[in-house]
Write a protein that binds this ligand. Structure first.
Ligand code: AMP
Length: 552
């Protein structure tokens, strides 16, 4: 038998600390910029691991974060999994009942929380759901005024620990990460990332055929670190020995432009909404974008106009990528194939606005309703199935969802796609009944259930409609009960939703209809409503921007 060491995260950190000791990690915080080197990072990560061990964290225990993008959060990325525990990144934008469900389901023992998010977390604490939680650690150098208990601050938590740690040899199947997805209906589903999955994803995303990351890069993930490990960028940036730039809580387009200019960012990444905001800012303000070489846009479809504008006005390449929580997450990247750079500009943008070519190491199938594979002709469509070393084959403790979403080791993505003759995947529809707004999921089914529980509502359905800035927004179609006034129902429906869900889940519009169209099998036919909804006069109000998910 041929021997080799296991595929784990440990060597990535070791290499960065030893080969690139002076390369920087820069982080925007509420107090200003923090800046230190990989060699200091390595020491602080060892201190964190020591503190976790002292707190009784053992191999396989789950340690959670409730944080934005910053250096302390990045310290947990290596510190938690490399000492053998599992890093569970919680999305703080979820409704409280989802947060309660996932903390209880994951049985988190410690939760690291940002000072600005402590009130939100404290509001979600429920004695039963949080029974496993022994300690809250606030990401600060002192404890703010908070209802969380018992609580300490991060700097005190790690302060007395040595800057070296005896890192264990871990098995490849050791759970290293965890992230819940609300990507389909019902309760959020936990996806676990083993040491090997994270290793494989890191190695797969480094080369030119994927994200093209090297030590000279300066990388700023704007995609939140609670979303599938910020698309794996903190790991791949470290593996390459590149410089990290973290935008901290609530970065505005101005903050992003400044960080790009002042830190010499070469690559950044996030959902389309962020880049629409930056383009708007750049229209009105001067900023030097000359260091920026490429932007990874994913999470929702990158508009062709955004790709074109960055290219023509700023000489920045947009790499459109598609992926999923279940895929660690990168699946496809829309690189041009050799020779395509000679195509007319419009044809190139057309290709680059597709979701792109499957990353090396993965396999895919496109399957129609009868279970047959569809031809790659750019027209026939079917559900995309994928498999590979960084694609999960099951959800955490969810046999019901496993049966629906996997077949053998194939993940059924729920994305409906065409594939053209050259192999470029294009998403044309979604089989899953959800809305993705500014990169965050809104469950149409949960909204429907809440709205339909109102006495004055006979029937209701919620669909996602295209929106220029947020890609999609929810619109509720309501059949009022006999004898009630529309205005009254409208107000109450909005109040009802606001009580149970974050504000940004509130439908942009409540439209009254006589009857919800149904399919032959009696299900709500949302496609009919979506198709009808191209009359702009139906939209009276947009979601208030301060409530939006990415403005945090
Ligand atoms: P999540 O698990 O939250 O990362 O969401 C994954 C889902 O987001 C995919 O299954 C798609 O429906 C959608 N998605 C991700 N990237 C893209 C993209 N580039 N274009 C269109 N939809 C995307």
């Amino acid at each position: 038998m041929v021997g080799a060491t296991n595929q784990t995260l440990r060597p990535f950190m070791w290499r960065a600390g030893k080969l690139f000791p002076d390369r920087e990690i820069v982080s925007r915080t509420a107090e200003g910029l923090t800046r230190y080197t990989y060699s200091e990072y390595e020491g602080r990560v060892a201190q964190l691991a020591g503190a976790l061990a002292d707190a009784g964290i053992e191999r396989g225990d789950r340690v959670a974060t409730f944080c934005w993008n910053h250096n302390r959060h990045f310290e947990t990325y290596f510190g938690v999994p490399s000492m053998g525990a599992q890093l569970h990144t919680i999305n703080p934008l979820l409704p409280d009942h989802h947060i309660q469900y996932i903390v209880e389901n994951a049985e988190d023992r410690i939760i690291f929380v940002d000072p600005s998010l402590a009130p939100k977390l404290a509001g979600a604490v429920d004695e039963d759901a949080f029974a496993s939680v022994e300690q809250f650690v606030v990401m600060a150098s002192e404890v703010p005024d908070t209802d969380l208990t018992p609580v300490t601050d991060y700097e005190s938590f790690i302060a007395d620990q040595p800057t070296e740690y005896d890192w264990p040899d871990l098995p490849e199947d050791q759970p290293a990460g965890m992230c819940y997805t609300s990507g389909t209906t019902g309760k959020p589903k936990g996806v676990e990332y083993s040491q090997q999955m994270l290793w494989a994803h890191t190695m797969a995303t480094l080369p030119k055929s994927a994200l093209d990351i090297g030590s000279s890069d300066v990388i700023m993930p704007v995609v939140p670190m609670f979303h599938v490990n910020a698309w794996g960028l903190p790991f791949s940036t470290t593996a390459a020995g590149a410089k990290h730039v973290y935008p901290g809580p609530s970065p505005t387009p101005e903050d992003l432009a400044k960080l790009i200019e002042e830190e010499g960012v070469t690559m950044t990444a996030g959902v389309p909404t962020v880049w629409l905001g930056l383009l708007e800012y750049l229209d009105e303000n001067d900023a030097d974008m000359s260091s920026l070489e490429r932007i990874i846009i994913g999470g929702s479809a990158a508009p062709k106009s955004v790709i074109r504008r960055f290219d023509e006005e700023y000489d920045v390449d947009v790499l459109h990528a598609w992926g999923m929580t279940e895929m660690s997450p990168v699946g496809t990247v829309a690189h041009l194939k050799p020779g395509m750079e000679d195509l007319p500009a419009e044809a190139q943008y057309e290709k680059r606005a597709k979701q792109g070519l499957l990353a090396p190491g993965l396999e895919m199938r496109v399957v129609d309703d009868d279970g047959n594979e569809v031809p790659w002709n750019g027209e026939d469509f079917g559900e995309l199935w994928v498999r590979g070393p960084w694609v999960t084959t099951e959800y955490f403790e969810r046999p019901d969802a496993n049966e629906q979403d996997f077949e053998g080791n194939w993940l059924k993505t729920g994305d409906v796609v065409t594939v053209d003759e050259e192999g470029y995947v294009k998403i044309v529809d979604r089989a899953k009944d959800v809305i993705k707004s500014g990169g965050e999921w809104i469950s149409s089914v949960e909204l429907e259930n809440t709205i339909m529980a109102h006495d004055d509502v006979a029937e209701a359905t919620v669909v996602g409609v295209p929106h220029e800035r947020w890609q999609e927004r929810p619109v509720a179609f309501v059949v009022p009960a006999a004898g009630v006034t529309e205005d009254e129902v409208k107000r109450e429906v909005v109040e009802l939703v606001r009580k149970e869900f974050p504000k940004w889940w509130t439908p942009d519009e409540v439209v009254f209809i006589d009857e919800v169209p149904k399919t032959a099998t009696g299900k709500f036919d949302k496609k009919v409503l979506r198709d009808q909804y191209d009359d702009a006069s139906l939209v009276e109000g947009k979601a208030p921007e301060e409530d939006a998910p990415t403005d945090n």
